[in-house]
Design a protein around this ligand. Structure first.
Ligand code: SF4
Length: 127
């Protein structure tokens, strides 16, 4: 059976100064995600909704790999990333799982990413 293509995981930390991420150790979190969960890789971007974030997405989405983005509210992400996905021939609602991981501890945010992967059918590699 063909193996399911893994998602990439991008965390956006809102410049690193946003109070929404103060309860989390972002480096422990991203390391736990990339090591313990079945994602292709985990990366941190400082501000995905800025112009250089658009340029990053334009390059990054050339791979057409689906992504999970851990950042702010999904409705905000949808508005901000829609065009970048469209320009890459993708659909932000189908090709991106947008998670709000603000105001969470590492444990809570990790559980949220884990649950999203389970919902996507990636039980294998988690348990
Ligand atoms: S995408 Fe969301 S989390 Fe990232 S910088 Fe913009 S508002 Fe902040």
């Amino acid at each position: 059976m063909e193996e399911k293509a893994r998602y990439g995981f991008i965390m956006c930390v809102c410049t690193g100064k946003c109070p929404g991420f103060q309860a989390m150790d972002i480096w422990d979190f991203i390391n736990q995600v990339r090591v313990e969960l079945p994602v292709e890789y985990g990366i941190i971007h400082p501000q995905l909704c800025e112009e250089d974030g658009d340029r990053f997405l334009a390059d990054f989405l050339q791979t057409h790999r689906k992504v999970i983005v851990g950042a702010c509210a999904p409705n905000m992400q949808k508005k901000m990333f829609k065009q970048a996905f469209k320009d890459a021939g993708l659909d932000v609602e189908k090709d991106c799982v947008m998670l709000d991981i603000r105001d969470m501890t590492n444990e809570k945010a990790f559980e949220k990413v884990k649950q999203a992967l389970i919902d996507l059918g990636f039980e294998e590699g988690i348990f």
